[in-house]
Design a protein around this ligand. Structure first.
Ligand code: SAM
Length: 284
């Protein structure tokens, strides 16, 4: 089983995290129990969603929990009932719109990973998060392996992939995405050292670790704020670069806010700059 201790230390969570099912939500209890057990979450049954926004619930479950709502499994902040549950939804209109009407091969991320002509690199996204970048790459035709160390985020991704598989518009894309829970530093080492065949098939390692937001910067979108409160800052992000460079056969791409330093102060071969963030590209 992957080691999730880092997550608990990072989030400073005293309580075990819970997956809560409400009486009035129509969902498969067997599926939710399996999801909870796979990602080491306590499974809890409660009457209704409003029951969790109380001091008693915060004492019992901690600040964050996963809840089962009609849209799927979502992350909630028990201190803030105004924040809607944050689900991973690969069938969401905004994501499918970006797939159909976005820049496609001209998107900065596509250029950064080296999509050109008919070439589609295979990608290990070592910091999968909510899977948006992975989904964009998979929608452009890349095979993407998603690595994620935080159990609660893995459960969100797992549920998003599961629902994506059942949706006519996203099933082909999601079929190109594979989730591997666990710490990427160890996974990247293992892939580079042990699995020689696999090494040949990993063209690109993609990194997008959490970086603290500038206080003055424009308000982060609300659901993302919840994600940031849950995860904090990936203070060990520098550790990812060396194993990423050892595994990738073509390039390593690091997404960073424009004001952030290079990982390990290592100057990239080239940079692709956007309004808020940039892609540091290390060619191999
Ligand atoms: C900024 S988010 C990534 C967002 C993602 N690119 C997206 O499009 O949704 C960073 C994620 O990387 C994960 N992460 C950071 N360091 C990691 C590591 N060493 N191993 C696995 N996951 C890691 C964090 O738990 C977090 O979920």
């Amino acid at each position: 089983m992957p080691d999730f201790t880092g997550r608990i230390l990072l989030n400073n969570q005293q309580n075990p995290l819970s997956l809560i099912k409400f009486n009035d939500v129509l969902s498969d209890i067997k599926y939710l129990k399996e999801l909870a057990s796979t990602y080491q979450l306590d499974f809890v049954g409660l009457q209704k969603l409003s029951d969790i926004y109380t001091d008693k619930a915060v004492n019992q479950y901690g600040q964050h929990a996963l809840v089962s709502v009609d849209e799927g499994v979502g992350l909630v902040d028990l201190h803030d009932p105004k924040l809607l549950p944050l689900c991973v939804d690969f069938t969401a209109d905004a994501l499918l719109y970006r797939k159909d009407k976005g820049g496609g091969k001209n998107e900065a991320i596509a250029k950064a990973v080296g999509i050109k002509g008919i070439f589609r690199p295979s990608v290990v996204d070592a910091t999968a998060g909510l899977g948006t970048d992975s989904f964009i790459l998979a929608s452009l035709g890349c095979q993407v392996t998603l690595l994620e160390r935080t159990n609660i985020v893995c459960a969100l991704l797992h549920d998003g992939l599961e629902r994506g598989r059942q949706d006519g518009q996203s099933m082909d894309i999601v079929a190109r995405m594979q989730l591997l829970p666990g710490n990427a530093v160890e996974r990247l080492h293992a892939l580079a050292q042990g699995e020689v065949e696999q090494k040949n098939t990993v063209d690109v390692v993609y990194l997008d670790p959490m970086f603290p937001h500038k206080k003055k910067s424009a308000a982060v979108k609300k659901p993302m704020k919840m994600f940031q409160t849950l995860l904090g800052h990936d203070a060990d992000a520098d550790d990812l670069l060396t194993p990423a460079l050892a595994l990738a056969s073509k390039r390593v791409v690091v997404k960073r806010p424009n004001y952030a330093p290079f990982l390990q102060d290592h100057t990239p071969t080239m940079q692709i700059k956007g309004k808020k963030h940039r892609f540091d590209v290390y060619l191999l």
